[in-house]
Design a protein around this ligand. Structure first.
Ligand code: UGA
Length: 433
């Protein structure tokens, strides 16, 4: 099939490359000329394990093309995925849909034959209705179908998530487009992926509901971790004990810092704001947002306590600053709250991240990027394991840190408290007494 992905951000690029790998002819379009030029030369703008190999392979196979010519790419394609950003609007909780509707306007003038137009971007319920309205201004109803096909890819695991999805959700209001979409996904369905066909509005809501639910699960376990700390119970035991109940499930029950990234913070806000418009109070999700916002302050208070409330001139080493492992994404990472606050209090911070230097800390006083774990841990007063990269999972702290009073605050519970105590390390973790 001939596909066009509009927007070569995370969603558009990964999905486009994976669709081309399944044998489709794909054009990935973006108005950013430099990005397109780089991609044509196999230079990938995001950090995603395995993506560069797939891009190169499919460019060589001549199934994957990159272009900055939107009109031409639309004309050449049968199925068009809208994959542009839907960030939170400034000063509010609503999703900013200007890019989505901008693309819809461009599309409305370029439909030369039957096209299936799909939103893959996360869009509030009834955005599909809005797109349809724009397209109808210049086109008759039988010339196009507007479908919602949300993506559930996780950063760092995106290729695997595309090939082995838990489910594929397609929201279409007509049979013809639904049939074509099922055909497109057939290679994954035959491998066992569950395929659900719903109404367009339901598909739009499934995406928000899923992210909001996962954010709720994390927040739930994080709050329980607070309780466990007070009564000397290991939160990991609680997660295992709860997770074995199939109605609950074990995933996304890892306590840690506040959840971050480009999706959960944005989508929890957007779904509550949509519900407010329809006079429905999603109070559970609202308190999740609030609790998550407080989480960084709470963990900072523990840092102060660990340092006996003497933060000034203390050397603090951050291992990992991205919002999670296997990504270079800093969006809404809790390190963006913690590091500047500690710097204001006079701490001297060094950080190491496997994805390198972060411009976000450029202007923050006494914050330095170091190129190796050993340099980061040199003569430190406190190590904070912020992100769960494999690189940090079996460190010999005694070898790295010459200071005899080694303190480690493991915000991801990567180490066993028992073993750390045996090594004479003052070890602190999350929800483990
Ligand atoms: C999330 C969803 O998991 C994807 O299904 C969805 O497609 C994507 O958003 C999106 O809407 O595009 P992602 O933001 O890449 O994916 O990251 P997650 O792996 O979900 O992690 C989000 C945050 O939750 C991270 O800060 C992570 O550290 C935290 N987390 C996750 C926990 O604290 N505990 C857990 O048990 C799991």
């Amino acid at each position: 099939m001939k596909l066009c992905m509009i927007g070569t951000g995370y969603v558009g690029l990964v999905s486009g490359v994976c669709f081309s790998d399944l044998g489709n002819q794909v054009i990935c379009v973006d108005k950013d000329d430099k990005k397109i030029n780089d991609l044509q030369n196999g230079i990938i703008p995001i950090y995603e394990p395995g993506l560069d190999e797939l891009v190169k392979k499919n460019i060589n196979n001549k199934r994957l093309n990159f272009s900055n010519n939107l009109k031409d790419s639309i004309k050449k394609s049968d199925i068009i995925f809208i994959c542009v950003g839907t960030p939170t609007k400034r000063g509010g909780n609503n999703a900013d849909l200007s890019q989505i509707y901008g693309v819809a306007k461009e599309l409305s003038k370029s439909i030369n034959k039957y096209k299936i137009i799909i939103t893959k971007s996360t869009v509030p319920v009834m955005t599909g209705d809005g797109i349809e309205k724009i397209l109808l201004k210049f086109n008759s109803k039988n010339k196009f179908a507007v479908i919602s096909n949300p993506e559930f890819l996780r950063e760092g695991e995106a290729i695997r998530d595309f090939i082995y999805p838990d489910r594929i959700v397609v929201g279409s209001n007509d049979k013809k487009s639904a049939r074509i979409l099922k055909n497109l996904y057939l290679p994954l369905i035959t491998k066992g992926a569950k395929y659900i066909n719903t109404s367009r509005r339901a598909a739009e809501l499934i995406k928000y509901a899923s992210n909001a639910f996962l954010a709720t699960k994390i927040t739930f376990i994080n709050e329980l971790a607070n309780l466990c700390e007070k009564i000397n119970i290991n939160i990991d035991d609680i997660s295992i004990g709860m997770g074995l109940d199939q109605r609950i499930g074990s995933r996304f029950l890892r306590a840690g810092p506040a959840y971050g990234g480009s999706c959960f913070p944005k989508d929890t806000k957007a779904i509550t704001s949509t519900a407010d418009k329809f006079a429905t109070n999603l109070s559970v999700i609202k308190s999740v947002i609030k609790s998550n916002k407080n989480r960084s302050t709470l963990l900072l208070k523990r840092v102060y306590k660990i340092l006996n409330n003497k933060v000034r001139k203390k050397k603090i080493s951050f291992l990992g600053v991205t919002f999670k492992a296997n990504t270079d994404d800093m969006r809404d990472s809790s390190s963006l709250t913690m590091i500047p606050t500690l710097s204001k209090k006079g701490a001297i911070i060094s950080y190491f991240d496997p994805t390198g230097y972060k411009k976000e800390f450029k202007k923050i006083k006494n914050v330095n990027y170091v190129k190796s774990i050993s340099k980061c841990l040199d003569k430190t007063d406190l190590v904070i394991i912020h992100t769960e990269w494999n690189d940090f999972k079996s460190l010999d702290f005694n070898r790295f840190i010459k200071n005899k009073k080694i303190k480690v605050f493991d915000m991801r519970n990567l180490y066993s408290p028992h073993k750390m105590i045996n090594k004479k390390i003052k070890y602190y973790s999350v929800g483990r007494g």
